[in-house]
Design a protein around this ligand. Sequence first.
Ligand code: ASN
Length: 297
Amino acid sequence: MKREALALEVTSVVLGASREFLAKEGFVELLPVILAPVTDPLRTTPEWATITAYGHTWYLTRSMIFHKQAAVRVHPKIFCFSPNVRLEPRERAHTGRHLFEFVQLDLEVRDATREDVMDLGERLLLHVLSEVRRECGRALAAWGRELPDYPRPFPRITWHEAHREFGENFETELSRRSKTPVWLVDFPIDQREFYDREDPDRPGILRDMDLLYPEGFGEGLSGGEREYQGERIRARILRQGLSLEAYRPLLALAEDGLCPSAGFGIGVERLVRFLCGFPHIAETRLFPRVPGEHALL
Ligand code: ASN
């Protein structure tokens, strides 16, 4: 089987197996939001993609984080295959991990803790892995890819421990040395966006996490508990030097009452890249959007 066809089959199993797993867990699927008056601040991606329509500026969704927080007011467990546009700097074309249009499996659970969604994430990932092995194992083996069954729970390391042990490049080093997926937890407050919840018992530390794939495939899942109280959200926006005006829709929602929640997003193409063992993420899409590059179709 050609590599492009293998990527399509693996992607298809990832989508099907995730939907099946989440339905059994009581989740409902939201339709994606592509245009929004407010979207994820993502300070490491400073350029914004917008369109003007009906006299307003609309952002192309960078992540559905605020929509997820709004949606769990309506249903306790929601997920979405969410197309995101992030105008990554051109240099990121060479990381092998960045597309400027990608899809994430984004989910949120009302009244959940970080530990609840970490447990869910492990079970979801292992279910997807076993389905991919079952459906595509032979085709993957023909390309030299064997997928082991990883033991649970996955190991975890705090951001500070990782930093101390592996230095500046800790994420790459940790992923490269690891034989199983590994959780990176407890990011310092200024390393992440304002919506990740500060631990009430440990000021300056967030109740959030990333999951790093083994073999150097890097970060594949990101999430945490959320700030949901208006005062806290306001303080965090100001702490990051952002304008309250820009996040007025979120603050209005918080006034009206947001719920405590936790969730995460898994980059679909990054997961497929890891499962297929491909060096570059562009190989996972028939129509990849590589930062800085144009496309034929
Ligand atoms: N989906 C991520 C989360 O739930 C946010 C993101 O994609 N930036 O935390």
